[in-house]
Design a protein around this ligand. Structure first.
Ligand code: SF4
Ligand code: SF4
Length: 416
C-alpha cells in the first residue's frame, strides 16, 4: 500500500524561534574507523553512554519539537534505540526522525525501520546511509570493508519501503582526499543504481581522525557542485513522481533551491568564515546532546555543560545561564563569526529565516537552470563505471542491484 509523507520539512517555515531539533548522539561506539570522522576524539574517551533513564528525563521535559536527529557513534550499536525513538514520538510528537547509519548492520536496521513504521506511524524517517566512493575507495575511507554491505542495506531499504512515503532514502558522501578524484563519476553511478530521494555531498569538517584528508578548496568544491547541479533536477523529478503539476513544480523549486543554497553557503565557508546572510539559530532552535551527556548549541562549538548537572531537564538547559551566554556569544553567528559548512544547521537556520530564504531559493533555482546540461546515465555508462572502478558485478547481482548474469544458454540465445 502506498503511503504519503505526512507534512514536509518545508512546512516548518517559521520565523518564531523555539526548540525545533534535538541532535542526540546515541552512543560513543562505532564499528567503523572513518578517516574523516570528526567525532573520533570524543569517542576515544570511551565515556559511558547516557542511560535510558537519563534520556527518558530529557524527553519528558523537552516539550513538543519537530525533529530528532540521531547521531553517534553508529546509532545501530545502541540496542535500546527503537524504544528511545518511540519515547520521543509519544512524549514530544516528533514528526521527523533523521537516522544516519553506516549501513553495516543491514538486517537489524531493516527490522528497526519496520518496527518504527508501526510504532511511529505519523513520523517521517529520513534514513541516510553513508557511501563514500566506489568499492575500495569507500572501504579505505571508512576503515572497514563495508561497501557491498552498505549497498545491500540501501537495496533492502528500497525493497521494503519503496512505496512508503514516510521513509525517505538518502545517500551521504563525505569528500576527502580518497574520493575527490572520482566524485563526479560516483554521483552519476549512485543516481543510476540506487532508488534514493537524494544524494548529499559533505565536505569533511571539524577535527578529523586522519590529518590531511580535507583537500577541497572553495574553488574545487564549487566546481564539483556546479558539475553535479543537474542531478538535483533529476532527484527533484524523482521525488515529485506521482504528484500533480503544482506539487512537482513546488517540489522542484524548494528542493533544487535548498540544495543549491546550502551548497553555496558551504563553499563560501570552506576556507574561512563567511556570513551566511541569515541568522544562525544554533542554541535557540537546536540542542546537541553528546553520548555522555555534554551539551552544546551546535556540533562544532564546544560543550557548555552536562545534562546530568541539570537533572536532565531540557527546559532548565535551554533557559539556563550557560545556554543564554552561548546564544549571546554566537550572536546569531555574527558575533562569534563561526560561520561553518554544516548542512544540518544551514538547513535548519534557513527555515527560520523565511524572508531571506525566498530570495535564496529564487537565486539558487536560476543558477541551477544555467548549469543544466545533458546527462548520460544509462546501462552502458553504469557498466563502464563499474569496469573502470573494478566493481564486482557478481556481488551487485547477488544484492539485486543489477540483473543476474545470463546463464550460458540464455546468453547463446541472446547472441543468436
Ligand atoms: S564518521 Fe560515523 S561511521 Fe565513521 S567512524 Fe565516525 S561515527 Fe563511525
Ligand atoms: S555558524 Fe556553525 S559553528 Fe557557528 S553557531 Fe552556527 S552552526 Fe555553530
Amino acid at each position: 500500500m502506498k503511503t504519503k509523507r505526512s507534512g514536509s520539512s518545508f512546512n516548518s517555515l517559521n520565523s518564531k524561534r523555539k526548540l525545533e531539533s534535538i541532535f542526540l548522539f546515541t552512543t560513543g561506539k562505532c564499528n567503523a574507523k572513518c578517516a574523516m570522522c570528526f567525532y573520533a576524539n570524543d569517542m576515544e574517551k570511551k565515556a559511558q553512554d547516557l542511560s535510558f533513564e537519563d534520556i527518558k528525563k530529557l524527553s519528558e521535559t523537552a516539550g513538543s519539537f519537530k525533529r530528532l536527529w540521531l547521531s553517534g557513534g553508529e546509532p545501530t550499536l545502541r540496542e535500546d534505540l527503537p524504544e528511545i525513538i518511540e519515547m520521543f514520538y509519544r512524549n514530544n510528537h516528533i514528526t521527523d526522525i533523521n537516522f544516519p547509519s553506516n549501513g553495516i548492520k543491514t538486517d537489524l536496521l531493516i527490522g528497526w525501520l519496520k518496527r518504527l513504521r508501526q510504532s511511529c506511524p505519523d513520523s517521517n524517517i529520513s534514513i541516510s546511509i553513508s557511501l563514500d566512493g566506489f568499492g575500495e575507495t569507500h572501504d579505505v575511507q571508512r576503515g572497514v570493508p563495508s561497501f557491498y554491505r552498505a549497498a545491500e542495506t540501501l537495496k533492502k531499504i528500497d525493497d521494503n519501503f519503496r512505496d512508503d512515503g514516510h521513509v525517505i532514502k538518502n545517500i551521504a558522501t563525505v569528500i576527502t582526499k580518497y574520493n575527490v578524484q572520482e566524485i563526479i563519476d560516483f554521483v552519476t553511478w549512485v543516481y543510476g543504481r540506487f532508488n534514493v530521494s537524494t544524494h548529499t555531498i559533505e565536505a569533511a569538517r571539524g577535527l578529523t581522525r586522519e590529518e590531511g584528508v580535507k583537500v577541497l578548496t572553495e574553488k574545487s568544491l564549487r566546481e564539483i557542485q556546479d558539475t553535479i547541479a543537474p542531478f538535483y533536477l533529476l532527484y527533484a523529478r524523482r521525488i515529485g513522481e506521482g504528484m500533480n503539476a503544482i506539487g512537482r513544480g513546488l517540489t522542484k523549486f524548494f528542493y533544487v533551491g535548498l540544495m543549491r543554497a546550502m551548497y553555496n553557503i558551504r563553499a563560501a565557508n570552506l576556507e574561512k568564515p563567511s556570513c551566511w546572510n541569515m541568522d544562525c539559530t544554533a542554541g535557540e532552535t537546536t540542542l546537541v546532546i553528546d553520548y555522555d551527556g555534554r551539551f552544546r548549541s551546535c556540533e562544532l562549538r564546544e560543550p557548555i555543560g552536562n545534562v546530568k548537572d541539570y537533572g536532565c531537564d531540557v527546559q532548565k538547559i535551554l533557559h539556563g545561564e550557560a545556554m543564554k551566554k552561548e546564544i549571546e556569544a554566537i550572536g546569531y553567528g555574527y558575533k562569534a563569526n563561526c560561520w561553518c559548512t554544516h548542512g544540518c544547521w544551514i538547513m535548519s537556520s534557513i527555515t527560520f529565516n523565511p524572508g531571506k530564504m525566498l530570495s535564496m531559493l529564487i537565486k539558487s533555482n536560476r543558477e541551477t537552470k544555467r548549469l543544466v546540461r545533458p546527462l548520460r546515465v544509462n546501462e552502458t555508462v553504469l557498466r563502464e563505471l563499474e569496469d573502470k572502478y573494478r566493481i564486482d558485478r557478481d556481488k551487485l547481482a547477488e544484492i539485486g542491484l543489477i540483473p543476474p548474469p545470463a546463464a550460458p544458454e540464455e546468453a547463446r540465445a541472446g547472441v543468436a
